[in-house]
Design a protein around this ligand. Structure first.
Ligand code: NDP
Ligand code: HSE
Length: 448
C-alpha cells in the first residue's frame, strides 16, 4: 500500500526531530501502523535550512499553503507555533479535508473550541499529543487509558523551562537570567520566553488537560496564571528549611461547585516524587477514583522527545483514518455533544493552604498580632518560623519612620482556607504598621 503522505508546516526544533525519528525508525513504525508514513513535503520560509535537514527526501516549499493545496497530502502537521498564521493554516487544512497533527498548545488552548468544531463538522481528526508535556503520552493516558475513571485532580510540572530555571537556581545558585538563557540555548523555551516564565505555557497545557479530564470546553481565558518571576531566593531557601520545594504547578481539580484551573508556584513536600522532578523534566500526577494516583514522568520538551509524540499521533491517524468518524476516539475524550457546563471557579473560590512571608519590625507583640488576625479570619496555622534579625541581615525604617529598626522575616504555613478569605486576611496584615514590605504569598499543595 502507498505510504500515507504527510506535509510538515514548519521544520525547526520539533519538525527536524520528526523527520529524523521517522527516517531512523521507519521500519518499526510501519510494522506498528500497518502502512508506511512518508514526509512528502515540508515548508519553511528559509528553504535552504529546510533543504539542509531533508536533503532530497521531501519536497521543500516556502509557502505552507502549497502543502495544504496538495491533493496528495493526507495529514498536515503544524509545527510553526503561535496563534495567528497557525490558526489560519489549521482551519484551511481542515476545510481541505486533511487530518491535522499539532504540537501547538497555545493555538489549541485559545482557539480549540473553533478548531475541534471545524474538524468534527468536516469529519477529520485533530491530534495534539505533543502539545502537553512533550514526549510524555499524557493525552493518550487521560483520554484512553483512564477512560473508566472519574478524574478528581491533576497536578503537573508541565513547563520544562521554568522547572529547569528553578532547579538551576536552587542547586547551582545561578541567576534567574543566566538559567533562562541556558534553557533558551537548549531549545526548551518558547519563541517568546515570557510565555514560559509567566506561566502562560503551563496554563495552555493544563487547560487542555482539564478539558479532557472533565469533559468541559477548552477555556484558557478562565485559567488563573501566575509565573515564577516574583519568586525570591529567600523563599526557595525558607521552603527548603520547612521541608518543601517550590515548583511551578499546573493544577486542575473537580471541586464541589465547579472546576479549579490554575498555574502558580507552589510549595510541594520534599518527599513527594513531584518535588524531585528536576531540570527540564516534566511530570503529571493524576488522581482518579478507580485507579487511584498515577504518575507520568519524562522529557517535556526538546526535538526528539516532542517528535516521539507527534509521530504517535501520525500512527494513530494512519490506523484510524479509514474508520467511520463516529467510531474514532473523540479529540477531547468526551463526545462533543456530551460536554459538561460545570463552571471554572474564580480563584477566590479555590481552597488551598499557604506559605506567607512577612518582613516585620522585630518588636514584641508583632507575632501575636499577626496570628490573632489570622485566627480572627478563621485561618488555622500549621507552622511558624521566625528568623533572628541578624540572620535576615536587616535593619530598616520602622513604622514611625525611625531608621535602624531591626527587622525579621516571619514565615507562616497555614492549613486549607478559601483564597478569598486569605486575600482579606493579607490585606489586614499588610495594613499593620509593623509589616514593612509587601507580603509574599505562595500556595502550598500537599498532593496527598
Ligand atoms: P521553531 O521555532 O524551532 O520552528 C518553527 C518553524 O516554523 C521554523 O522552521 C520556521 O522556519 C517555521 N516557520 C515560521 N513561520 C513560517 C511560515 N510562515 N511558513 C512556514 N514555516 C514557518 O519551533 P519549535 O519547533 O520549537 O516549536 C514548534 C511548535 O511546537 C510550537 O507550537 C511549540 O510551542 C511546540 N512545541 C515545542 C517544543 C519544543 O521542545 N521545542 C515542545 C512541545 C511543543 P522559518 O523561520 O525559516 O520559516
Ligand atoms: N517551552 C516549553 C517548555 C516547551 O519549556 O516546557 C515544551 O512545551
Amino acid at each position: 500500500m502507498k505510504p500515507i503522505q504527510v506535509g510538515l508546516l514548519g521544520i525547526g526544533t520539533v519538525g527536524s526531530g520528526v523527520f529524523e525519528v521517522l527516517r531512523r525508525n521507519q521500519e518499526e513504525i510501519t510494522r506498528r501502523a500497518g502502512r508506511g508514513i512518508e514526509i512528502a513535503a515540508v515548508s519553511r520560509r528559509d528553504t535552504a535550512k529546510a533543504r539542509a535537514i531533508v536533503g532530497d527526501a521531501a519536497e521543500v516549499v516556502a509557502d505552507a499553503r502549497q502543502i495544504i493545496a496538495n491533493p496528495d497530502i493526507d495529514i498536515v502537521v503544524e509545527l510553526i507555533g503561535g496563534y495567528g498564521l497557525a490558526r489560519e493554516l489549521v482551519l484551511e487544512a481542515i476545510a481541505a479535508g486533511k487530518h491535522v497533527v499539532t504540537a501547538n498548545k497555545a493555538l489549541l488552548a485559545v482557539h480549540g473550541t473553533e478548531i475541534f468544531a471545524a474538524a468534527h463538522a468536516r469529519g477529520v481528526m485533530v491530534a495534539f499529543e505533543a502539545a502537553v508535556a512533550g514526549g510524555i503520552p499524557i493525552i493518550k493516558a487521560l483520554r484512553e487509558g483512564l477512560t473508566a475513571n472519574r478524574i478528581q485532580w491533576i497536578a503537573g510540572i508541565i513547563n520544562g523551562t521554568t522547572n529547569f530555571i528553578l532547579s538551576e537556581m536552587r542547586d547551582k545558585g545561578l541567576d534567574f537570567a543566566v538559567a533562562l538563557g541556558e534553557a533558551q540555548r537548549l531549545g526548551y523555551a518558547e519563541a517568546d520566553p515570557t510565555f514560559d516564565i509567566e506561566g502562560v505555557d503551563a496554563a495552555h497545557k493544563v487547560t487542555l488537560m482539564s478539558a479532557i479530564a472533565f469533559g468541559i470546553p477548552v477555556q484558557f481565558d478562565k485559567a488563573y496564571v501566575e509565573g515564577i518571576t516574583k519568586l525570591s531566593a529567600a523563599d526557595i531557601k525558607y521552603a527548603e528549611q520547612l521541608g518543601y520545594r517550590i515548583k511551578l504547578l499546573g493544577i486542575t481539580k473537580r471541586a464541589e461547585k465547579g472546576i479549579e484551573l490554575r498555574v502558580h508556584p507552589a510549595l510541594v513536600p520534599s518527599k513527594r516524587l513531584l518535588a524531585n522532578v528536576e531540570g527540564a523534566m516534566n511530570a503529571v500526577l493524576v488522581q482518579a477514583d478507580a485507579v487511584g494516583t498515577t504518575l507520568y514522568y519524562g522529557k517535556g520538551a526538546g526535538s526528539e522527545p516532542t517528535a516521539s509524540a507527534v509521530i504517535a499521533d501520525l500512527v494513530d491517524i494512519t490506523r484510524l483514518h479509514t474508520a467511520n468518524a463516529a467510531q474514532r476516539v473523540p479529540s477531547l475524550a468526551f463526545q462533543p455533544d456530551a460536554l459538561s457546563d460545570l463552571p471554572v471557579l474564580p480563584m477566590a473560590e479555590v481552597v488551598t493552604s499557604y506559605y506567607l512571608r512577612l518582613r516585620v519590625a522585630d518588636q514584641a507583640g508583632v507575632l501575636a498580632t499577626v496570628t490573632g488576625l489570622l485566627a480572627g479570619a478563621g485561618i488555622s496555622i500549621d507552622a511558624v518560623l521566625q528568623r533572628e534579625a541578624d540572620e535576615v541581615g536587616g535593619e530598616g525604617t520602622g513604622p514611625d519612620g525611625t531608621r535602624g529598626v531591626p527587622q525579621t522575616d516571619l514565615i507562616i504555613l497555614t492549613h486549607d482556607t478559601r483564597e478569598g478569605t486569605m486575600n482579606d486576611a493579607i490585606a489586614q496584615m499588610q495594613a499593620l504598621p509593623t509589616v514593612l514590605e509587601p507580603i509574599t504569598r505562595i500556595r502550598k499543595e500537599e498532593l496527598a
